[in-house]
Design a protein around this ligand. Sequence first.
Ligand SMILES: [Ca+2]
Ligand SMILES: [Ca+2]
Length: 207
Amino acid sequence: MAAFFKSNEASVSFEVGEYQQFPKPEPEDAAKEKTPKPKLKHFSVVLLSFALLCVLQGVLNIALRLALTEPTAEGETEEEFCPEGWLMFGSSCYYISSQRGRSWDDSRQDCMQRGADLVIINSRQEQAFLTGFTAAAWVGMTDREKEGTWIWVDGTPVDKDGLNWAPGQPDDAFGGEDCGDIRTMTDFIGLNDFNCSARSQWICETM
Ligand SMILES: [Ca+2]
Ligand SMILES: [Ca+2]
């Protein structure tokens, strides 16, 4: 806008100068006819530039809004999406191995290679969800550190009374059972303690 006023002043002083130099009506008319044209030209150029700026800003606004909203939309869908072959429950993804030949430690290793860990069961609902997929599968609990004190792989204590154990479990049978698995067998449904080196299926969880 400042540029517009400047150029306007310049054309006005030019007009006055011409009038002083040529007082005759003829050149004055010629000058009057001449000056409005550049004035209009200046004005229309400024107006056009302003209009173009408005359009450009509008386009930029839309582009910016799209650029800002797209990643959050992607983030939301990613949170609700589990990798192929994984199951979803709450905010977690679960991998239930089809293979059944791994010890508790080897199973945990496999989970870690998948960017997960052996499953941590925090509620009866989560346990119910995981029941029925396998006859037996390792879960992420152990009482290796202190017999009878069950902890999850993240170090949190197992809520022994808040979960369902298979009848008579944990029993630390056969000279010691320090790793946890989940059972879905006739008359034997729930959590169980078992020999850590036994071969079984396993369940991984990502959070
Ligand atoms: Ca034990
Ligand atoms: Ca047992």
